[in-house]
Design a protein around this ligand. Sequence first.
Ligand code: ADP
Ligand code: MG
Length: 153
Amino acid sequence: TSVVAGSLPDERATLMLGAAFAAAARPGLTVHLRGDLGAGKTTFTRGLLAALGHLGKVKSPTYTLVESYPLSEYSVHHFDLYRFADPEEWNDAGFSEYFGPDSLCLVEWPDKADDLLPAADIVLELAVAGEGRTYQFQAQTPTGQSCLIRLST
Ligand code: ADP
Ligand code: MG
């Protein structure tokens, strides 16, 4: 199972996909979130965080670049690199320190950091399709593959 794909008719479906993914995810995972503005990357993350027990709101980290959520099981770090002008900003900000075996990292606009960004275990691509969205998870490491197997069973 290296690819899992489907369609999301409405916002609720995107939130539920995030929740399903939360059940399959484990700390240490790095997820790159791809797709145009409005494709549902932050909505997916909201669903994931709610399922992991986050009760407050989820701010899009468009201006802050990262929002961290210390949850009961482990920490989730949600990046949005849309406003990066230069990949070197990744190093300047010391963002690599957020990645490790004890946290789950989700990165919107990963291309903005080029190859400075830690490699993805899973790439999620979201796309607008009519009124809804489509999604495709792709595993890029054995860890990512195990996660997709849990997700699809
Ligand atoms: P991104 O982070 O990719 O820029 P957002 O998650 O902020 O996108 O979502 C943009 C808009 O798309 C939100 O208004 C959200 O409610 C809506 N949306 C999310 N998923 C779906 C879906 N499956 N169908 C229709 N609208 C959706
Ligand atoms: Mg977003």
